[in-house]
Design a protein around this ligand. Structure first.
Ligand code: DUC
Ligand code: ZN
Ligand code: ZN
Length: 474
């Protein structure tokens, strides 16, 4: 009887990229896990040359919105299938979108509903953050603890938006529950009242076009809310994840808080790194394609965010994929005369995130190990996805082969998600995804999808270390 090859798959002789460096190595896979890394490993049942290619961990996108309804009742442009298709083609194999409670909704039912749709449609693996907009006694005392214990280890709260805002008292209550149950708390931190004030002034002056949306979210609104959030976290002594940092000034708040011993995390997103608000200066309503919240900022902010990523002041890069079509089903749902305030915020990003980061490494803005860290290892570690985001024996064999000789030109015609446009039309990126493996199985190969909806698995997780306030001597 023929002997079984020791491995199911061996990727031979690639440049293997982890957060700690780049080495030439074979990567061997058995039973969906990375079994060995090294030179001249024994044969696999399937052999593939990775010579001249970089092998990176499958991306982990820890902040994206999938098949999510806005408070105004607009379903975003993606199904689970289209969103995870975009993720897979863009080298991302794990996502953490949201199960979004709107006011009056039963949180347990909301989570069950998102599960049903995800379980049917997902092509890549996933977990959820639970958005809490209604910290009622039932949510806080009953549903939330039960859901955290069943593997939903993080929540998101908003400090702004009329239909979503949780006030400081509510945030303190949620931090307390999260602390007791070992859950993580992610926060959209912008001052509601400052946005309200700025928006009212702009609308009164007739400045209703999408490009004014950027002015309606003053940079001080982010600074003030992040400072307040850090104070709330320090009061309860429970960590927070500061979502989508877009401006330079809060970086010093983050550094100072850490220097005095606070435990916290912070992310930024590709659109703040690669775009400025100048892109919104388009005729008519076209600027709406780039409306997001917090909004696009300036070149000086971009430079500060890149520096913060290199310095470790920001921990990871998520897409904040929030897709709305540029038509009456999405951005233009409120009709032709709508003001920016009536248009949905957000832009697509699941597919472009890792290609943009890989390109940044090829152009010397980051190193490849930083790309592995910011795009995969850090989000997996912070969100307690222990088998994900790493190329190491025992981890899930989520692997992406990148060809540094190829180019990827982003265009509306090639987007894989449901949005129908890219925020980066015409951008020419160095590098291209050649193959994507999830748990050792090909998901994308030579530009073809290899799996069916439902292939993705739910990843139950607790809050992990990121839900524990680390007592540091300072
Ligand atoms: N916040 C997000 O995190 N995503 C999209 C819109 C928003 O306000
Ligand atoms: Zn947000
Ligand atoms: Zn978001």
């Amino acid at each position: 009887m023929a002997e079984r090859a020791p491995y199911d798959l061996v990727l031979r002789g690639g440049q293997v990229v982890t957060a700690s460096g780049v080495v030439t190595a074979d990567v061997a896979v058995r039973d969906g896990k990375i079994a060995a890394l090294g030179a001249d490993l024994p044969a696999g049942r399937v052999e593939r040359s990775a010579k001249g290619r970089y092998v990176l961990p499958g991306g982990v996108d820890s902040h994206c919105h999938v098949e999510q309804m806005t408070a105004a009742g607009i379903m975003n442009a993606d199904t689970w299938e289209s969103a995870t298709r975009a993720a897979a083609f863009g080298g991302t194999t794990t996502i953490i979108p949201f199960a979004a409670q709107h006011r009056g909704m039963d949180l347990a039912e909301v989570v069950q509903d998102y599960h049903l749709r995800a379980d049917r449609g997902a092509l890549v693996d996933y977990a959820f953050h639970m958005i809490i907009t209604d910290p009622s006694p039932k949510t806080v005392q009953k549903d939330l603890p039960a859901l955290i214990r069943s593997g939903h280890g993080s929540i998101k709260v908003f400090m702004t938006y009329d239909p979503l805002i949780v006030d400081d008292a509510g945030i303190l209550k949620l931090l307390q529950v999260a602390k007791a149950e070992g859950a993580q708390v992610c926060v959209h931190a912008e001052s509601h009242d400052m946005i309200h004030w700025a928006t009212a002034r702009l609308l009164a002056e007739g400045k209703t076009a999408p490009r004014h949306q950027a002015e309606s979210h003053p940079r001080l609104a982010e600074y003030e809310a992040i400072g307040r959030l850090i104070a709330l976290a320090e009061l309860v002594r429970h960590p927070v994840m500061i979502f989508h940092v877009s401006t330079a000034e809060p970086l010093s708040l983050i550094r100072d808080a850490r220097a005095r011993g606070a435990t916290l995390w912070a992310e930024t997103c590709p659109h703040y790194l690669f775009l400025t608000d100048a892109v919104m200066d388009k005729p008519g309503t076209e600027g709406a394609k780039w409306m997001c919240s917090p909004p696009l900022r300036t070149e000086a902010d971009q430079a500060a965010l890149w520096q913060a990523l290199r310095a470790g002041d920001l921990d990871l890069v998520s897409s904040d994929h929030a897709p709305f079509r540029y038509d009456a089903s999405g951005k233009l749902a409120a009709g032709p005369g709508a003001t920016f305030k009536q248009m949905a915020n957000g832009m697509p990003g699941l597919g472009a995130r890792m290609p943009l980061l890989f390109d940044a490494a090829m152009r010397g803005r980051l190193t490849l190990p930083q790309v592995a860290e910011l795009g995969a290892e850090a989000p997996a570690r912070i969100y307690n996805l222990q088998d994900k985001g790493r190329i190491a024996p025992g981890a899930d064999a989520d692997l992406v082969l990148w060809n540094p000789e190829a180019r990827t030109v982003l265009s509306d015609d090639t987007v894989q998600d449901g949005t129908g446009y890219t925020p980066y039309p015409g951008r020419d990126l160095i590098g291209a995804v050649e193959a994507v493996y999830l748990r050792g199985q090909p998901v994308v190969n030579e530009d073809r999808l290899q799996v069916q909806p439902g292939h993705g698995r739910f990843l139950p997780r607790g809050g992990g270390d990121a839900a524990i306030w680390q007592e540091k001597a300072v």
